[in-house]
Structures are given as C-alpha cells and as structure tokens.
Ligand binder design. Structure first.
Ligand code: 1HN
Length: 359
C-alpha cells in the first residue's frame, strides 16, 4: 500500500491536472482578489513642465499634427509603463498643436477632456461648434462626437507674427473602455468638420444656470457645455476664498457640473478646480478615485503616502502629478495656488463604492 500523499503533493498534482482545462483554485488567490483595502499597482508621479516642454517642442519638429493625428506625449504611470495609462482607469497626455496645423476629425466612444496648459490661437470643434482654447479652460469632447482641433494662428516660420504653440492636457477614459471592450472609432471623411453653429452657442444655451425650455440632453449623460472658461471658475474660487470658510483638507474646491443633471460633466470622469490660499497647510485625506492634477497658477507641495512609501512633490505652474487610489495626500502652499484635477469618481459613485477618509 502506498503511503498517503502529503497535502502539498496532493494539491500540486491537482493544480497540474486541472491546468489544461483552464481551471485554477480560488483559495490560492482569494486574499489578493479581495484585499482588505485597495492596493493599487500605480505609484504617484510628477511631470515637471520645464522638463517635458522641450520634448513636446521636439515632437513638434519630428511630426506634424496631421501625420500624428494627435501629437501627444502620454503621461504614463511609472508603474504601468507600456499601458498608456496614468491610473488603472485613466489616460492622460500632453497634446501640442502649432500655428497653421489641423488635427483631423474623428470620433470614438472614449470620452475626452481638455485642460488648456499654454498658448492661444487654437480651437477645438465638437459636433459642429468651435471653441477657442485659452489657458485654464476646461473643454469636453463627449463620447461619439466628431472632433478636430486646429490652430488658426500664422505659421511659426512667419517671424513677423505672433503664432504660438498651444498645449493642453488630454484626459480620457481609455483604460476603462478598453477594460469593458467597448471601444469604437471612426475617421471623418473631411479633415475639419463643417461649422454649423456660432462659437458660444452651447454656452449661451446651457452655461448660465438656464436651459432651453424644450430640450433633450444633446449628449446623453455628458454635459452640453463644451467649454468651461477659466475666468468664471477662477472668479468663483477667489470670491469663496475671501468670503467663505476654507476647507481644511481641500482649501477652496469646486466640482464642475453637467447643468442638466447636477452630476459630473462626463459619465466616467469628474473634474475639479481648487485654490489653496497663501499659507495653506492641508490635512491628509485618501479616496478610492485616483486623480490627475494640472497646476494652473502658483506653487505648492503634495506629500503622498501609500504602500509604505512616501513621495514629496514640489509643483509649479503647468506641472502635472497623479495621486493613485487610496494614497494619503496632503497639499500645502506658501503663496497660494490653483489646481485643476480629474478622476474616475463618477464610476465609483455609480457603483456605490466611492470611499473617502479624511484624517
Ligand atoms: C484623441 O482623440 C485625442 O481628440 C487625444 O485630441 C488623445 C488618445 C487616444 C485616443 C484618442 C483628441 C487621444 C485620442
């Protein structure tokens, strides 16, 4: 009679025998599948604009916007290289368009946001309406809408004129749509779409706490406002800093709205603008939504802790940084600063799994 197998041998033999049937035992992975708290593979990351900008400009020499379709340097999470992702669910990149260029018209199911980082003279066209891009503006491209970008300024080779490069932050839900295998895309037959409405029409209809008397939501769950101008957001933050209590964690922070629903401007991404007053030394917080920040004005510091490690980011205008899920963050600023950010919070909220802890 054979001696009884030790348990370990029994198990190993079982695993080998079930493997060809594409079977695997849950009990070996259960703890990792349902961790006691989020254990993001992402790490915090900082992209200093002064370091990134020269390479963006070199990209401008290496390829035209038209050839590239979108001339973008992707901000990849240092721990997710090769995945075109800044967090598990979000994509971010810096896009450059030069005077005289066109980024041709296409559409896709991925939703996009633009946050303008520098320059003027460029526009984005969405569903027949153009919107000028100015630094600090937050612009939306709803899912499955035709969109193209252009720069009407004179070509930069014409030294007598003042055409300047325009750079913006792209935020897309690419990793989410990839995860769901729900991506479709199509190129337009013309490079730039025909303009069918005057610039500012959508803002006049929806951007003044009013809405057309008879309307449907033109883009489903996405905001009908294409562009949220910086001057309006800036003014609100400034007034609140002066006249209302400042939050000990966030400073003065507002979220952008879809005026038709009161919810986030896009179904997959929330966007925020905040001002840290001069001398602000914020308390720590952590949230399940990973967030990408674009520094608009002023300087400050983010101290981020997670997975037993700590990062200190000193940031200045046009710098970008990412705070992964469930990493404790503290923001501070000696002279005050303004930060734009976006995250996947609406998805967490829709699923009832958004979690926040304020220390
Ligand atoms: C896209 O359409 C844009 O329209 C930017 O500017 C970045 C990244 C991946 C897929 C599509 C744009 C993109 C993108």
């Amino acid at each position: 009679m054979n001696a009884p197998h030790p348990t370990a041998l029994l198990r190993e033999q079982l695993y080998r025998d079930i493997d060809p049937l594409n079977l695997t035992p849950l009990w070996e992975v259960l703890h990792a599948l349902v961790p006691q708290q989020p254990t993001s593979p992402c790490v915090p990351g900082l992209w200093k604009y002064e370091e990134v900008r020269p390479f963006l400009m070199r990209a401008g020499e290496a390829i035209t916007a038209e050839e590239a379709v979108r001339r973008v340097l992707i901000l990849e999470n240092p721990a997710l290289r090769g995945q075109s992702a800044i967090t598990q669910s979000l994509y971010a990149g810096l896009q450059l368009i030069l005077p005289g260029e066109i980024a041709p018209s296409h559409r896709h199911t991925q939703s996009a946001l633009r946050f303008i980082v520098e320059g003027s003279g460029a526009y984005t066209a969405v569903d027949g309406e153009r919107t000028s891009m100015r630094p600090g503006d937050f612009i939306i491209t709803p899912s499955w809408t035709w969109h193209d970008h252009g720069h009407e300024g004179p070509a930069m080779s014409d030294a007598s004129t003042s055409g300047e490069p325009v750079v913006w932050l792209d935020g897309l839900d690419i990793p989410m749509i990839r995860f769901l295998d729900a991506g479709f895309a199509e190129n337009n037959t013309s490079k730039s779409q025909t303009v069918s409405r005057a610039e500012g029409t959508s803002y006049a209809r929806y951007g003044h706490n009013m809405a057309p008397v008879r309307h449907d939501a033109p883009f489903g769950g996405t905001s009908p406002i294409f562009s949220y101008p910086y001057e309006r957001s800036r003014e609100a933050l400034e007034r609140l800093e002066r006249d209302a209590p400042v939050d000990a964690w966030d400073g003065v922070k507002l979220r952008y709205l879809n005026p038709l629903t009161g919810g986030s401007p896009m179904p997959t991404m929330a966007t925020f603008m905040q001002k840290l007053p001069a001398g602000f030394d914020g308390k720590g917080w952590r949230q399940t939504d990973g967030a990408v920040y674009s520094v608009v004005e002023g300087q400050g510091r983010a101290v981020i802790e997670g997975g037993g490690r700590s990062w200190t980011f000193e940031f200045a205008p046009r710098d970008h940084f990412v705070v992964p899920s469930w990493h404790t963050t503290r923001l501070s600023s000696e002279n005050g600063c303004v930060l734009f950010s976006f995250s996947d919070r609406p998805v967490h909220q829709a699923l009832g799994i958004h979690h926040e802890e304020r220390l």
